[in-house]
Design a protein around this ligand. Structure first.
Ligand SMILES: [Cu+2]
Length: 429
């Protein structure tokens, strides 16, 4: 079908070109210069411009009405998001006014002043008034937009006090979340110690000790094998072993600068960090997000919270926001209900299961082949108690020390949750 459409388009273009040629030849035969345009032709052109203008205005107005300024996003779910929406709306109003005004002027002038016998254009080479007008108005408008935008931006990137610190870690192609634990401080991290069971490269003295011990044992083993059985090992295998030995020695040397910056404080800050694959937030709580990336530039986009920040390898970026609507509340929102009804009708027709609204963290930089799939669910709960129950469960097996194999996972499962509930109930009383 697509191929057929392409063939039809190509044929139409060829036909038009051929017709032009025929016209040129017939003009030449009639001894008429093809650059001479008759009044009938300019009138026809003016009429077609009017048709085009009307089509443009009707279609764009229809699209503005059907899709609106923020299709499918629902209300802003963060405190600063309300201001972003306001700025966005102001921008749209300016754009729409300028769009209708300039397009109308452009077409009206072209139609009204089409070529006529005896009509002469006014010639002037310079008009200070006009120059001023079309320089000053856009400059003042743009300055206003930029200043208002900067004021909101400063609010988003200024770090509020008493904010919960959470790390968002990006890599091709997923997100990992690190909660900073009771001390609200993230432990040190370094790419040199990234491993399957330490995906964020969190560093503690214990980890460095464990690495040193393991690597030294590997080195000793390799050295022994090479010196004792070196003559019997095939050359290819031997050079492979020597290469591995060199690499291990390099890795060992790299541990020294890491150890230098470790203190008992940074160790304990790291040991209670909880590393998970979902983001739980509490409504009304202020969060400070710190972003890192392992490989390429990613961009953490929280569309419903109107927030976005680049994740850049080799540096930490940050932003803060305060969720104001919980996931449950958002699911009750008429706009969201209407949108999901439409989506689910479509899915049902395709034989797919229904979906419910969920906040999302998306990647907004084209970062590779599976970029489109780089997303994570965000759950905003209504109360701290709900969060604590979830967090206690994560803490049982997903603290950094446990994940990195430095500490056994806690045995107790249900009791910890019950304990938290009891504590919550006592606190509530
Ligand atoms: Cu990405």
């Amino acid at each position: 079908m697509k191929f057929l459409i392409i063939i039809v388009i190509v044929l139409v273009i060829i036909t038009a070109a051929q017709l032009m040629k025929v016209y040129e030849h017939s003009s030449r035969l009639r001894n008429k210069d093809e650059a001479d345009v008759t009044e009938g032709e300019t009138k026809f052109n003016a009429g077609m411009l009017l048709v085009f203008y009307l089509a443009l205005m009707i279609s764009s107005t229809y699209l503005f009405i059907v899709y609106g300024a923020r299709p499918g996003l629902g209300p802003s779910a963060s405190e600063h998001g309300v201001e972003i929406d306001y700025l966005y709306d102001v921008n749209w109003i300016i754009l729409i006014i300028v769009y209708y005004l300039t397009q109308t002027l452009l077409f009206v002038f072209a139609i009204k002043y089409h070529q006529k016998k005896g009509r002469k254009a006014v010639f002037f080479s310079h008009s200070t008034k006009l120059e001023l007008l079309w320089t000053v108005i856009p400059a003042v408008t743009l300055a206003g937009i930029i200043i208002a935008g900067l004021m909101v931006w400063n609010k988003i990137t200024a770090m509020p006090e008493n904010a919960q610190v959470i790390e968002i870690y990006a890599k091709q192609f997923d997100w990992t979340v690190r909660y900073s634990g009771e001390d609200n401080t993230l432990g040190n991290s370094n790419f040199k110690v990234i491993e399957t069971n330490n995906p964020l490269g969190v560093v503690t003295s214990d980890l460095i000790d464990a690495k040193e011990l393991a690597w030294k044992a590997d080195i000793a083993k390799l050295e022994k094998t090479i010196s004792e059985e070196g003559d019997l090992i095939p050359d290819a295998k031997l050079s492979e072993m020597k290469f591995k030995l060199e690499r291990l020695n390099r890795q060992l040397i790299r541990l020294t600068p890491l150890r230098k910056v470790q203190t008992p404080q940074t160790d304990s800050a790291a040991n209670d960090d909880v590393i998970v694959k979902e983001l739980y937030l509490v409504k009304g709580e202020v969060y400070e997000f710190k972003f890192r990336s392992r490989d390429v530039i990613h961009s953490a986009l929280f569309p419903h919270f109107r927030a976005q920040m680049n994740c850049v390898p080799g540096m930490t970026t940050r932003l803060s926001f305060k969720p104001t609507i919980s996931t449950a509340e958002m699911r009750e929102n008429p706009e969201v209900i209407a949108q999901y009804k439409k989506t689910n009708e479509k899915r049902a027709a395709e034989g797919r299961e229904e979906v419910d609204f969920n906040y999302l963290l998306l990647c907004n930089k084209i970062c590779g082949a599976s970029h489109y799939n780089m997303q994570m669910n965000i759950v905003v709960v209504d109360t701290q108690a709900e969060f604590d129950i979830w967090y206690a469960k994560q803490k049982e097996s997903k603290t950094f020390a446990q994940l990195a194999g430095l500490l056994e996972p806690e045995e107790i499962t249900d009791s910890t949750i019950k304990e938290v509930i009891v504590i919550q109930e006592v606190a509530a009383d």
